[in-house]
Design a protein around this ligand. Structure first.
Ligand SMILES: Nc1ncnc2c1ncn2[C@@H]1O[C@H](COP(=O)(O)OP(=O)(O)OP(=O)(O)O)[C@@H](O)[C@H]1O
Ligand SMILES: NC(=O)c1ccc[n+]([C@@H]2O[C@H](COP(=O)(O)O)[C@@H](O)[C@H]2O)c1
Length: 176
């Protein structure tokens, strides 16, 4: 059985890794979708699809599950988003998400969706991590070591701080 798990992964953190470990126990293969792949260089989406491909690939490489990492751009039309995902990803049998819109769209399209409880959500949240980077607080203990390496390689903390100076509305909640 092959599973599918999509997120923006801005950045990929230990909550995502925890979810991947749980999913890996249920499936033979896993497709990891890099959502909003066309977005980068904003406070809400600082990292490019390529940078997130590196984070995710390295963070899961030691897990005992075959993974495929697939960038997926957003569409203006929610009603055809599941078909768009299916056109980009290897075929999958079950989707995993805790995002209510994603759950609804898969269910309406007849795809089985599994949800899981949030893991240490008080700190394991992309928004919290980006805030910590901007304000110089510690964030490295909340992500896999491989993600720290990628963010350092691309000088990601410097980037997100610069963007935050000029993009103060970038962390407004999305309309999802
Ligand atoms: N701590 C967590 N435990 C379990 N699942 C999580 C956790 N954080 C996020 N998820 C789930 O992982 C998927 C991808 O999440 P996403 O990339 O949006 O991360 P996020 O931490 O919610 O980021 P942001 O604050 O930037 O929106 C979603 O289904 C989300 O609900
Ligand atoms: N219409 C669309 O393009 C559409 C609909 C639902 C989810 N998505 C994307 O799927 C991803 C879901 O991941 P999150 O759970 O991290 O929000 C996001 O990148 C989101 O933009 C896109």
């Amino acid at each position: 059985m092959r599973g599918f798990y999509i997120g923006r992964y801005q950045p990929f953190h230990d909550g995502h890794r925890h979810m991947v470990e749980e999913i890996a126990a249920e499936v033979d293969e896993l497709v990891l979708g890099i959502g909003s792949a066309g977005d980068s260089h904003t406070t809400r989406n600082p990292f490019t699809a390529g940078e997130r491909v590196m984070m995710v690939t390295k963070a899961v490489e030691k897990l005992d599950v075959t993974t495929y990492v697939v960038p997926i751009e957003d569409l203006d039309r929610n009603s055809v988003w599941v078909s768009h995902v299916q056109s980009m990803a290897p075929r999958f049998d079950v989707a995993y998400s805790n995002n209510p819109l994603v759950v609804r769209l898969f269910e309406e399209a007849g795809v089985e969706v599994r949800q899981s409880p949030m893991f240490r959500r008080d700190v394991l949240e992309g928004t919290e991590l980006r805030e910590r980077m901007i304000h110089g607080r510690d964030w490295t203990d909340l992500v896999p070591d491989a993600v720290v390496d990628v963010i350092r390689e691309v000088d990601g903390v410097e980037r997100i701080r610069r963007i935050a100076e000029t993009d103060s509305i970038g962390d407004e909640p999305s309309d999802e």
